[in-house]
Design a protein around this ligand. Structure first.
Ligand code: NAP
Length: 290
């Protein structure tokens, strides 16, 4: 297969738009579709063909990349793409969908004659835009080489986790990583809200934990909170969806995920306060009654 591929990107939200742009930059023939067309249209300036339907986007595609909100959305969109899919094409599935949905997607891929690769990503808006994502992938060995030009365009590294995508080894690792990411986010938000409540200067907190207690991600999220800048890299609503997937995956495996469950509650409260579309650092507001 050639290095320049025809790639359909379904879902051009925070993450998908950056990924599509990098695929254009790498010289691929890129078709984009988004439910809300206004989020796909700017990609025309990068050379992408903006399609009106999922079916139009996937027609003739070698690779279909899904970057949608959740498993049900990805299944719905791929069913809509249905007859236009080329048998033998690769379905590179990057939505954070959860273990159960990945099995359903693998099943749909089999019915549609697609080669299914579960490929959730680590990294947020900025790495998506700079092509520096960490891709966690599972799928048949025969897909690794042909997909390399696509994976190289969107990520700095791909971790291959075996051939059996349907059992979800990549998604399992993604959920483990996100359980930690969400705890750091909430821990930062809670420490800064306690600092506010106790009249502690937040800069003193940041100074006091410099050294072994420090954490780069904590610095990113504390900067968002202290600068009152909640432009979304990873929205409260989407992070809440991930928290619920983590709690469910833990429950199915007999593992109590107390912090993830408490974090899901914080996201729920922040959403009810009107912060759903803001960055998940807005978990901060869940510490206060108004
Ligand atoms: P986003 O900006 O909210 O994008 C979500 C996309 O899903 C949008 O294109 C949205 O379309 C579409 N969508 C939602 N429901 C749909 C439906 N029923 N039918 C068709 N399309 C639907 O979120 P994002 O941050 O890019 O996240 C996308 C995925 O990547 C999620 O699974 C998320 O967990 C995962 N992820 C996110 C990050 C991050 O830091 N942001 C990092 C790693 C992985 P509309 O524009 O019409 O709403």
């Amino acid at each position: 297969m050639a290095d320049q591929l025809t790639v359909a990107v379904l879902g051009t939200g925070i993450m998908g738009a950056g990924m599509a742009r990098n695929l254009c930059r790498a010289g691929h023939d890129v078709r984009v579709w988004n439910r809300t067309p206004a989020k796909a249209e700017p990609l025309a300036a990068d050379g992408a063909h903006v399609a009106g339907t999922p079916a139009e986007a996937v027609t003739g595609a070698d690779v279909v990349l899904t970057m949608l909100y959740d498993g049900p959305a990805a299944l719905e969109v791929m069913e809509a793409a249905g007859p236009a899919l080329r048998p033998g094409a690769f379905w590179l599935q990057s939505t954070t969908a959860g273990v159960e949905a990945v099995a359903s997607m693998a099943d749909l891929a089999r019915q549609q004659g697609l080669v299914f690769i579960d490929a959730p990503v680590l990294g947020t808006k900025a790495p998506a835009e700079s092509g520096e994502l960490m891709v966690l992938a599972a799928g048949p060995e025969e897909a690794h080489a042909p997909l390399a030009p696509v994976l190289d365009a969107i990520g700095r590294h791909t971790v291959w986790l075996g051939e059996d995508a349907a059992s979800g080894p990549a998604t399992r690792l993604k959920l483990v990583c996100n359980s930690w990411v969400l705890v750091v986010n909430h821990g930062t938000a809670e420490a800064l809200s306690l600092a506010k409540g106790l009249g502690v200067d937040p800069q003193h907190f940041l100074e006091a934990i410099s050294g072994p207690l420090d954490c780069g991600y904590m610095r990113t999220k504390s900067a968002a909170i202290l600068n009152d800048d909640y432009a979304p890299s990873f929205s409260v609503t989407t992070a809440g969806k991930d928290a619920r997937l983590i709690v469910q995956a833990g429950a199915d495996a007999g593992v109590r995920m107390d912090l993830a469950a408490a974090g899901a509650e914080r996201f729920h409260r922040a959403e009810a306060q009107g912060h759903g579309d803001e960055d998940m650092a807005a978990s901060y507001f869940a510490s206060f009654d108004n």
